[in-house]
Ligand binder design. Structure first.
Ligand SMILES: [Zn+2]
Length: 150
């Protein structure tokens, strides 16, 4: 349903407040251009800079959508991942991650959930891997569970 022509709360940089605006146009279903009903200025829609009560509502919405918050990505880990990715030769061997395999420092993994990862440290049965979304400790070199092929 299009919002063009409808009223919407938006932050007006000229007025300096969140005020009623009229939607001028949308791109891909998202409101892009609005006109301030107070001063008449036309500008890009940046969303309503909301007050406290609305922020709480948004927070509640977010927590309902994501019941299990992930640990935050550490920028340093992400940078290491990018450096490793840039340094990896294009023909580098990428191993599919399997619990029963043994990996060594410097190996490149493909994890079904986390994607490409670089083994930073390894012990007998676990390793530290840098993924795009951060550093994770993964089990490896474990006995195959009975009934599992391979
Ligand atoms: Zn205005």
């Amino acid at each position: 349903m299009s919002l063009v022509g409808k009223n919407i709360d938006a932050f007006c940089s000229r007025c300096g407040f969140t005020l009623a605006h009229v939607v001028l146009y949308e791109v891909g279903g998202a409101v892009q251009g609005v006109q301030c009903k107070t001063c008449g200025a036309q500008h890009r829609y940046r969303g309503a800079r909301t007050g406290v009560s609305r922020d709480i509502a948004a927070e509640r919405r977010r927590s309902r959508e994501a019941p299990r918050p992930r640990p935050p990505v550490r920028p340093s880990d992400s940078r290491v991942w990018q450096q490793r990715s840039a340094a990896a030769p294009p023909d580098a061997v990428v191993w599919d991650y399997r619990l029963t395999e043994r990996y060594e420092t410097g190996d490149i993994l493909n994890h079904p959930q986390f994607g490409r990862g670089f083994v930073e440290a390894a012990t007998a049965d676990r390793m530290e891997v840098i993924f795009r979304e951060g550093r994770k400790t993964l089990a490896m070199n474990r006995q195959p569970t009975p009934g599992e092929p391979g």
